[in-house]
Ligand binder design. Structure first.
Ligand SMILES: Nc1ncnc2c1ncn2[C@@H]1O[C@H](COP(=O)(O)OP(=O)(O)OP(=O)(O)O)[C@@H](O)[C@H]1O
Length: 399
């Protein structure tokens, strides 16, 4: 199978080239794996065209192995570029070398050990070589589910919809605002601290939007996580007559993942995605709507400001191995674990969703697709659907 190694020299802490040269290439050579092309990305958006050029230069086009040393954003660029090609594409087999800032996909398929901070240098290197080792040894792969988001303008605009294909996350509300603002901090803060700084800046925002949750075809109903049985159950508003669930805002958080249970090694936002995997292509959606809190009656500036501590308590749960999905409100609005109170987080499994932002709320018009930010036009909407490509096409990852 033709093999190309691509590395992004500027992602994360800029160590991809060194790591590839010192560890990846020698290991591949030792096991008789020939690298046909070795290429750095030379600018943003370069990884996809590099791969298409490689495809054109090779006669054996059944499937292609791509050793990719980057973060999630470079993989996102590749998938989007290849999805735009009009000719039939082979199946792409990715060997991931985590070199980005967050490495959500890699750390989801290879969760770091609890004591990873105290790991020796050799253990840190070995941790990053797991996908390479499975390529060499077991050959075990998993297919990637894709989340296809279509951003439409209102019919009067007569513009074509924009499509963004994701393999990790599609979000609006707080997460999209964080990704939007954190990009400007990349130079100064190359690590994940830039996300925390951007989160502080956006902590009092609530986002006015209207949401529809769409069932996956196999399940036929939208499902919601029920902490009392520790499983997904049919959403009470999704029935045979009308399986679509309608939700009103305001939303503090609205985020949907495919393939991953975490966005950073320790931020396990959709924890059941890998622990209790879906049977079909599905979006795992985490929703926080502050008006579910019995102590919040109105959406006011004061209510938003005093609710910030609860927002951090909820997000903190994602850093504690994903306990946020079990939180409830007591009758006074205190966040507790256990009891019968309203769920703090609505954790939904579904086939897709629509996000229809209110015209007057600028911030609600941001959409994040694997870190790339798009703007939903006024009067428009985003529709996101989960899909798994056919057997002989699409993208698989060595795990
Ligand atoms: N040579 C280059 N110069 C400048 N930018 C580049 C170059 N090569 C790739 N890029 C851009 O670097 C950006 C960051 O890459 P990537 O998303 O893979 O890493 P990251 O953001 O550090 O990690 P993660 O997405 O895991 O948080 C991508 O948007 C890509 O377009």
């Amino acid at each position: 199978m033709p093999l190309i190694t691509i590395y992004n020299p500027v992602c994360g802490d800029r160590s991809a080239q060194r790591f590839v040269e010192q560890h990846v290439l020698p290991l591949l050579a030792e096991h008789g794996k020939t690298v046909n092309t070795l290429a750095p990305t030379q600018h943003a958006g370069h990884a996809g065209p590099l791969l298409v050029d490689f495809l054109e230069s090779t006669t054996d086009t059944g499937s292609i192995t791509v050793v990719l040393a980057s973060g999630d954003g470079t993989l996102h660029e590749i998938i989007n570029h290849l999805s735009l090609q009009t000719r039939t594409m082979p199946r792409f087999h990715f060997v991931l070398v985590p070199s980005g800032t967050a490495n959500a996909l890699y750390s989801s398929v290879f969760p770091p050990p609890a004591d990873s901070e105290s790991a020796s240098d050799d253990e840190k290197v070995e941790y990053k070589l797991q996908s390479v080792r499975s390529f060499i040894n077991s050959g075990h792969t998993i297919p990637l589910t894709l989340a296809i988001a279509t951003l439409s303008a209102p019919p009067s605009a007569k513009t074509r919809p924009q499509v963004a294909v994701s393999s990790v996350v599609v979000s609006a509300a707080l997460h999209a605002s964080i990704l939007h603002d954190s990009e400007a901090l990349r130079e100064e803060f190359p690590g994940i601290e830039r996300f925390k700084i951007a989160a502080q800046k956006n902590s009092t925002k609530w986002y006015t939007s209207y949401v529809k949750l769409l069932p996956a075809p196999g399940a036929g109903r939208v499902q919601i996580y029920d902490p009392s049985v520790k499983a997904f159950v049919t959403h009470p508003d999704s029935d045979g007559d009308d399986p679509i669930v309608d939700l009103d805002g305001p939303f503090a958080y609205f985020l949907s993942t495919v393939n991953v249970d975490r966005l950073e090694p320790k931020f396990r936002i959709t924890p059941l995605s890998r622990a209790l995997p879906p049977d079909e292509a599905s979006c795992e959606v985490v929703i926080v709507r502050p008006l579910r809190d019995p102590s919040v009656e109105w959406d006011t500036k004061e209510a938003r400001e005093s609710w910030v501590s609860k927002l951090w308590q909820i997000m903190g749960g994602a850093y504690q191995d994903g306990v946020h999905i079990d939180l409830r409100y007591d009758e006074k609005g205190k966040i507790v674990t256990g009891g019968e109170g309203p769920l703090v987080v609505e954790y939904v499994r579904c086939g897709g969703w629509e996000w229809i932002p209110d015209d007057i709320d600028e911030s609600a018009h941001l959409l994040c697709s694997d870190g790339a930010i798009s703007q939903i036009e006024k009067g428009g909407r985003a529709v996101c659907l989960a899909a798994t490509p056919k057997e002989d096409a699409g993208f698989v990852v060595y795990v």
